[in-house]
Design a protein around this ligand. Structure first.
Ligand SMILES: [Zn+2]
Length: 145
C-alpha cells in the first residue's frame, strides 16, 4: 500500500490527506495556465485511482467559481490558500489538489507540465476531467482543542 500524503493550508484550518495509488514521483504535476492558477503559482496533481480527503472546520472553506462555473475552487476562509478544485462529474465529486498550496511533500524539484485549457466548452472540460481527476471527500470536522 502506498503511504498517505498529508498537507495543510497556511493557517492549518484546512487539512488534506491524499491516498494515492502509487508514489508521488509517479503522479502528474500540472501547472494550469489559467489566470486563477497562474497568479497563485498553483501546481496540481490528481490520481484517478486514489482518493483525496479535505478536512475543514465548519465555515472554514470558501467555494469560488468563475469562467464556465463548473468548478468549485476550495479556498481557506481564514488564510485564503487555494487548496483544491472540485467538480461534480456524473454525480460524483472529483477534483485536483494544489500540492503547492498545501505544501505536500514528494513533489519538490519537479518541473510541472504547463496546461492550457482556454478553448474548452463546459462539456469538453468535464469529459476530460472524468478520466483524470480523482474522487474527493470534503469532510467537516470540529477542531480538536
Ligand atoms: Zn488556512
Amino acid at each position: 500500500m502506498t503511504a498517505q500524503l498529508a498537507g495543510h493550508c497556511h493557517c492549518r484550518a484546512v487539512r488534506v490527506i491524499l491516498e494515492p495509488s502509487k508514489p508521488a514521483a509517479e503522479l502528474p504535476l500540472r501547472a494550469c495556465q489559467c489566470s486563477f492558477c497562474r497568479t497563485r503559482g498553483a501546481l496540481t496533481t490528481s490520481d484517478p485511482a486514489g482518493h483525496l480527503f479535505v478536512e475543514a472546520a465548519p465555515g472554514s472553506l470558501n467555494r469560488y467559481r468563475f469562467g464556465l462555473r463548473v468548478t468549485d475552487f476550495l479556498l481557506c476562509a481564514e488564510c485564503g490558500t487555494y487548496v483544491a478544485a472540485v467538480s461534480d462529474i456524473a454525480g460524483r465529486a472529483m477534483g485536483v489538489l494544489n500540492v503547492r498550496g498545501v505544501d505536500l511533500s514528494g513533489f519538490e524539484g519537479r518541473e510541472p507540465d504547463p496546461m492550457i485549457y482556454d478553448d474548452e466548452t463546459a462539456d469538453q472540460r468535464l469529459a476530460r476531467r472524468q478520466g483524470r481527476w480523482m474522487p474527493v471527500s470534503v469532510v467537516e470536522v470540529q477542531p480538536s482543542i
